[in-house]
Design a binder for this molecule. Structure first.
Ligand code: NAP
Ligand code: MG
Length: 487
């Protein structure tokens, strides 16, 4: 059956109803490729957040969602997955325009969201407790219970996937959710609210409240009835969230920034390595927490890699993501473009060398988009800002190394620890190095080798807790022992 066409709902979703903010506040959501207004969106204030959290709390306590047969919950989540699949084209188009990403990437990401809901639909009735017999008249069992109201806050680079990663396991575990999308790309999260209602999620269990981080986000993280904050975003805001949670001992799950290394050993299959390294650098215009922005290359192949990677950077077709020839879209905003350029200028001031790119594109011309040239930088040392800080743009640094120990030391010389990629055909090198890398994810001979069934999350300042896989369910639950003495 052909689905009814899906449009972006107006307002916020609170307690199963769409409506404006109390104050009538709105903001403009822009198209990053053209600078034009895509939509006028409700801008939730503290009072709206409070209404959403109260609705979630009521729904959690009163609606039987957490207590119903878990396969019923699974059926509703599966329906959300199906609806996402039915509306994948509309969702992908909105996501591509809102974020400025390639349509083909957006479509794949939307299909991943459908799979995520289906995965956690299947998980809902496979969450088991434990039982223990500790004597002839003493036994106990352990229940895994939901936490209550989960506040989910996500960034703009992968809006619907990052929201689905939080919402699907949180609901599968029986929690209620208040979702705050990023103000720069809120549209598909609003559409998810619509689909969740249509799938039969009870009123109040899933609320979507767009707005600014400094207002809506702050109100959510400080709300005393929010039992857990599930966050993806910058390390800086993650730190604020941990502080806010400390006041009331709330749970947190944090997926934060990265400065991920890619190491090319001299025996690597170079064609595959260069293709993968380029994906790690330029996918989503480098606006990716897992961007492999520090490339370490064995000295024997350094010159060749530098030449070939510069050629790949030059060959990128930067433009409107909806144009079929485009291989790299704009950055999300003018501000982000300036931020990226500032990092490149700082690198130059600190004596690094820009080999390719290193400037905003179409500056001052007829294009109003926030485009930045794919950039390759060499002559970098570990003290430089460009080595240590996350740029969040299409900027890669290339450095030579002499031996395995030096490569590992360089890779680990960062406060972050999200992902890493190794390029080698030697099995022993691959595993020996993988075990010594301080990162939550190590990929060998493929960038983004991550799969939905594997735990995704960082070491060090890249976060705490895991998204994806059955492990995500642990974050959205707590254990209760019930111990019995038989009389
Ligand atoms: P951000 O500034 O941390 O924003 C992320 C979200 O937090 C947005 O919804 C934002 O709202 C909200 N927020 C901002 N300030 C807040 C506050 N004081 N209290 C509560 N919420 C607040 O991150 P970004 O710059 O948009 O996104 C890029 C960052 O996300 C990068 O550092 C990247 O590495 C990280 N990231 C990590 C992962 C991962 O899985 N590890 C995945 C993707 C991205 P507004 O947008 O309205 O300000
Ligand atoms: Mg936008």
């Amino acid at each position: 059956m052909m689905a009814v066409s899906l449009t972006v709902p107006q307002g916020m979703l609170i307690d199963g109803q769409w409506g404006p903010t109390r104050s009538g506040a709105t903001f403009e959501d822009l198209d990053p490729a053209t600078g034009e207004t895509l939509a006028v969106v409700a801008s939730a204030q503290a009072e709206d957040i409070d209404r959403a959290v109260q609705a979630a709390k009521r729904a959690f306590r009163q609606a039987p969602w957490a207590r119903i047969n878990p396969s019923e919950r699974g059926r509703v989540l599966f329906k959300i997955g199906q609806l996402i699949r039915d509306h994948a084209d509309e969702l992908a188009r909105v996501e591509a325009q809102d974020v400025g990403k390639l349509l083909v990437d957006a479509k794949n990401e939307i299909l991943l969201c459908a799979s995520l809901f289906e995965y956690y639909a299947g998980a809902a009735d496979k969450i088991l407790g434990e039982a223990l017999q500790s004597g002839p008249d003493k036994w106990a069992y352990v229940l895994r219970e939901p936490l209550g109201v989960v506040g989910a806050i996500v960034p703009w680079n992968y809006p619907l996937p990052l929201a689905s990663l939080k919402v699907a396991p949180a609901l599968a575990m029986g929690n209620a959710v208040v979702l705050k999308p990023a103000e720069e790309a809120p549209l598909t999260c609003l559409m998810l609210g619509q689909l969740a209602l249509e799938a039969g999620v009870p009123a109040g269990l899933f609320n979507v409240i767009p707005g600014f981080g400094s207002v809506a986000g702050e109100a959510l993280i400080h709300h005393r009835d929010v039992a857990m904050i599930a966050f993806t975003g910058s390390t800086e805001v993650g730190r604020k969230i941990m502080h806010a949670a400390a006041d009331r001992i709330a749970h947190v799950e944090l997926e934060l920034g990265g400065k991920s290394p890619q190491i090319i050993f001299p025996d690597a299959n170079l064609d595959a390595a260069l293709q993968g390294v380029a994906v790690g650098l330029f996918k989503n215009a480098g606006q990716d927490c897992c961007a492999g922005s520090r490339v370490f290359v064995h000295q024997a192949i350094f010159t060749e890699v530098v030449d070939r990677l510069s050629a790949i950077a030059r060959a990128q077709q930067v433009g409107n993501p909806l144009d079929p020839g485009t291989t790299m879209g704009p950055l999300i905003s003018q501000r982000q473009c300036q931020r990226v350029h500032h990092y490149v200028e700082t690198a130059v001031a600190q004596r690094a060398k820009v080999l390719e790119g290193g400037k905003p594109l179409f500056d001052g011309g007829e294009h109003h988009g926030n485009f930045y040239a794919p950039t390759v930088i060499t002559e970098v040392t570990p003290e430089m800002t460009i080595f240590q800080e996350e740029v969040f743009g299409p900027v890669g640094i290339l450095m030579p190394f002499h031996d395995e120990a030096e490569a590992i030391a360089l890779a680990n010389d960062t406060p972050y620890g999200l992902a890493a990629a190794l390029w080698t055909q030697d099995l022993s090198t691959a595993h020996r190095v993988a075990h010594q890398i301080e990162a939550g994810m190590v990929w060998i001979n493929e960038y983004y080798a991550h799969e939905m069934v594997l735990p995704f999350g960082g070491y060090k300042q890249s976060g705490v807790g895991k998204d994806y896989s059955m492990h995500a369910l642990e974050a959205y639950s707590q254990l209760k022992e019930v111990a019995v003495r038989l009389l």
